[in-house]
Design a protein around this ligand. Structure first.
Ligand code: MG
Length: 378
């Protein structure tokens, strides 16, 4: 008795699902992907997203995005598009809510620092870490480690991964070796992520005063967006103008994504999710004009926001904190809580230093910004 909306033949569905690694009885009044979403929401790693940096360190202010509110915005965009294209909305939502679970504290700066620490031990990829969180690290169920999610949810979480790691992942890593596509819900989560962060980074950057609307209008499509809003509403408070510009951009992108993806799906004519996986390229995509606009916006943000001295300062602090913690815990595994210390000693016996290093990386990656900072101070 799981009420399902009409799904396109090429959407992911319970009927064509590759299922869970460990088979379980069907849920009584939810769908399988709803169950995945619910397990993600109950995960410890999910709650910690609230105190993890997106771009601005969590304690810089209460109104900036955190990884949690970012993930909610990604899910909101993906659900809208999934429903409009008759894709599996529950699956799209589950993937979006889980897509950043493996992120370290301090955003990309933290990930880069941890990756550098792990250079001799197989590296650190936040995307692969999100999969580790749902496959192994969460401990809440008596019958299995991790969340035992459906194949399609896991397929969507693993957005990219190195070839070496793909080879170790079996069926899930196959598509990186064969260079095939994931299902449409996974493709959608990927694009929704991009729409969300480009726009909320503009919003947060403007609010923080690190970038200005005048600077942004150097990009032609943003100049015309400001023009549209000014003509539509006349004079308004600057802060409101900023919000309306971001709102208009999201609307334009989502509308374009729907139109272009609809056309691409129609042209490829997939008859199943496996046809989608075999297609020559992704079918959830922007038209060429919006793709170009997004590239120019990304370039702008890289130059003016992510490289801004105030953001940089945080980057350096993040690097020092993550590196300091890593060195400390590698030198003395017992400085970690008992459960991690024990895992590290077991893994060291099996795999040497690389085994212990992976446990240290798991521990650090799971930290919130504030926990990492307070630990570093101690
Ligand atoms: Mg994201």
């Amino acid at each position: 008795m799981t009420p399902t909306r009409h799904l396109a033949i090429y959407a992911a569905s319970e009927a064509n699902s590759r299922g869970r690694a460990l088979p379980e009885p069907a849920p009584k009044y939810r769908g399988e992907y709803q169950r995945d979403r619910d397990r993600i929401i109950h995960a410890t790693a999910f709650r910690r997203l609230l105190y993890k940096t997106q771009v601005f360190v969590n304690h810089e202010g209460d109104m900036y995005r955190t990884r949690l509110t970012h993930s909610l915005e990604v899910a909101q965009i993906a659900r809208t598009v999934a429903r409009a294209l008759s894709l599996n909305e529950d699956l799209a939502e589950a993937i979006c809510l889980a897509h950043d679970l493996g992120h370290t504290p301090f955003g990309h700066a933290g990930q880069d620092a941890l990756n550098a620490c792990m250079r001799d031990y197989g590296g650190f990829e936040h995307n692969l870490q999100s999969l580790r969180v749902v496959d192994e690290l969460e401990r809440r169920y008596a019958s299995f480690a991790g969340l035992n999610l459906c194949f399609e949810t896991r397929e969507g979480i693993l957005k990219h991964c190195s070839l070496a790691n793909a080879r170790a992942l079996g069926e899930l890593g196959q598509r990186f070796i064969e260079r095939t596509q994931p299902g449409l819900e996974a493709q959608l989560a990927n694009v929704a992520d991009e729409i969300a962060y480009n726009n909320h980074d503009v919003d947060d950057g403007l609010r923080a005063g690190l970038i200005t609307l005048d600077q942004l209008t150097e990009i032609p499509f943003l100049a015309s967006t400001v023009e549209i809003i000014s003509q539509r509403y006349g004079h308004m408070a600057h802060s409101l103008l900023c919000r309306e510009v971001v709102r208009e951009m999201i609307d334009t992108l989502v509308t374009d994504l729907l139109r272009s993806s609809h056309a691409a799906i129609a042209a490829a004519g997939p008859q199943s999710i496996d046809d989608v996986r075999r297609a020559a390229g992704p079918l959830i995509l922007f038209g060429s004009e919006q793709a170009l606009n997004q590239r120019s916006l990304k370039g702008f943000l890289r130059e003016h926001l992510y490289a801004h001295p105030r953001v940089r300062e945080m980057t350096e602090q993040a690097h020092a904190t993550v590196t300091g913690l890593f060195e400390r815990f590698m030198a003395d595994n017992s400085a970690m809580p008992a459960h991690h210390a024990e895992r590290a000693s077991n893994q060291r016996k099996l795999l040497g230093d690389a085994g212990a290093a992976r446990v240290v990386a798991d521990y650090i990656a799971g930290m919130t910004d504030r926990f990492a900072l307070s630990l570093r101070e101690r």
